[in-house]
Design a binder for this molecule. Sequence first.
Ligand code: SF4
Length: 373
Amino acid sequence: MEQPIIDPWESTIKLEYDKLFKYFGIKPFSEIRGKAEEVFGQLHPLLRRGVVFGHRDYDKILEAYRSKESIALVTGFMPSGRFHLGHKMVADQIIFYQKLGFEIFIVLADIEAYTVRKLDRKKVIEYALYEYVANLIALGLEKNKRLHIYFQSNYEVPYYRLIQMFSRKVTLAELEAIYGKLEPSKIVSALTQAADILHPQLDYFGGFKYVLVPVGADQDPHIRLTRDIADRFHAELGLERPASTYHRFITGLDGNKMSSSRPEHAIFLTDPPQQAVRKVFKALTGGRATIEEQRKFGGVPEKCTVYELYVYHLIVDDKKLADIYRACRSGELLCGECKKQAAELLVKFLEEHQRKLEKAKDKVLDYVEPPKF
Ligand code: SF4
């Protein structure tokens, strides 16, 4: 059976997650969740609740953690717009692993935004600093010696050397088998991503360490390419395959993928709280057509964008979440009341977060050096 092509640069892609297991060999995270909880002593709700649904080689990360070996988390952001709840999912995972003691590498993909998305560079750099880095700080990312945030256009020479060296051992046919038809900007971008993921293992960056890459499921093509490249440079540079986890996308409030390009259906962390409330009240739910039907048949939380807000962001306590699920299914809870509760939690979060964000903006340049031009 022929493998489908996933385009990691197409932001509106809709994925059938089950196919990722079947075609690409991604393993269900559920099989390893219990072990992860035992090894880490705790799990972030996104890992506990099936939002992170797949992995490659996560068992190696668990073994490395158990035997106190060095582990780096590498992930990145394409600073193409405002920071929304979809980005917060990545931030929450970064902060969870930072608290566990992982060394953190965060790439700000300004070159990819410039070459592939064709965005204005100054705007991209401004978004990277005052949307992405500022929000990460406000969410709790700690500045320490084991945190590295960098722009793709402003990093160290050995990182660029890797991109050049990688080009020797991949063919165009191979790249097109993974990504589909490619233009030069995407080829550079794919090799740059491989360097982003693998460079922490070089002596220059502290020597070998295990690497974990938590990403949205659409980014798996980069992981597959990078794992192949690691194999080919194992003898020469000592590179090892990275491990990865895959999370579901958060749904926009209209039922499609949450994206900055459809701002009326996304919750941004800088939304004035009352504007966010209005968006929640217009959100697509799993409720029935009439109150009578809802009382009789119950709602369908699995199809509800408001319930997703609870699962992904608004409720940490699993028991409270289970109560809402049960009340929805039984018809005891109606959507109006449920949206009101979600809106109250969201306002509380946004007010508190935005207070921290104002202070965080002053610290951004302590965390990352912007490109000179
Ligand atoms: S009651 Fe809540 S969880 Fe259930 S469908 Fe309505 S909004 Fe969604």
